[in-house]
Write a protein that binds this ligand. Structure first.
Ligand SMILES: C[S@@+](CC[C@H](N)C(=O)[O-])C[C@H]1O[C@@H](n2cnc3c(N)ncnc32)[C@H](O)[C@@H]1O
Length: 241
């Protein structure tokens, strides 16, 4: 099967594994030498160096390298493609041992700890299936620490409708905030053009939200029941009674 015949919904792992097997990280359309806007928003969050930072669908991005350089000591990169994580580790050399690497599909991931900051650039917009979007948001809510920060970048309202051979969903800050649901305060948002290595311009939306804990909104992972966690992780039932 050729790569273009695989869709994110059919077999996302195979799709993304093939992308990073066949293309250098500097050639892919989403490549940016320095993830400036992400770093700016993460810095603006003002978190102490020991805070837990998670880059969801981090791929071979250099974000983790820069976070270590900024002095952060608890950095995790999660990605569905082991080939992407291998590329990132190879680039970082010995510094890679200071990062925690998780090879998982975020929509079925069961986080075992909480994070002070959840970062996602160009991952969520591939979830065109509402059920997958709901699972993503449920995982995000389970993984986020009280008053945690969410920095997300998707294609903006005038961004591309496809990327990497896949359909995408475009968002304004208001639309993305609505998907996150209640309990998040929008702190800042930006629309900006990303210039691909091939010279094309793509509009991105960057949004930064902070969780505002409350009874009907965000809840810490510890308060999520096993049944909810099982539902969140793909309708699997927890073991035992
Ligand atoms: C367009 S790339 C963006 C990579 C990186 N965030 C960046 O800005 O350079 C999308 C990334 O999301 C990962 N990805 C796609 N679907 C995923 C999922 N369901 N769970 C985890 N990672 C996923 C892909 O493997 C890929 O690395």
């Amino acid at each position: 099967m050729t790569m273009s015949r695989i869709t994110q919904n059919d077999d996302p792992r195979a799709h993304w594994r093939a992308v990073y097997e066949t293309r250098a990280p500097t050639e892919v359309s989403w490549y940016e030498p320095v993830p400036r806007r992400s770093l700016e928003l993460i810095q603006a969050a003002g978190l102490p160096p020991g805070s837990a930072l998670l880059d969801v669908g981090g791929g071979a991005s250099t974000l983790a390298d820069h976070l270590l350089e900024m002095g952060f000591t608890d950095v995790t990169v999660l990605d569905i493609a082991e080939t992407a994580l291998a590329r990132a580790r190879a680039r970082m050399g010995s510094a890679a041992t200071r990062v925690q690497w998780i090879n998982e599909d975020v929509t079925v991931w069961e986080p075992t700890r909480r994070y002070d900051l959840w970062h996602d650039r160009a991952v969520f917009h591939f979830l065109v299936d509402p059920a997958l979007r709901a699972r993503y948001v449920a995982v995000l809510r389970a993984a986020l620490a009280p008053h945690g920060h969410v920095v997300m970048a998707t294609f903006g309202p005038e961004g591309p409708t496809r990327c990497s051979g896949l359909d995408v969903q475009r968002y304004s800050a208001r639309q993305l905030g609505a998907v996150l649901g209640p309990g998040f305060r929008l702190v800042r948002d930006h629309l900006e053009d990303h210039v691909t290595p091939a010279g094309r311009r793509q509009q991105f939306l960057y949004g930064w939200w902070q969780a505002e804990p409350g009874p009907s909104s965000w809840r810490p992972a510890a308060e999520v029941t096993d049944r909810e966690r099982a539902a969140l992780a793909g309708e699997r039932r927890p073991e035992g009674p």
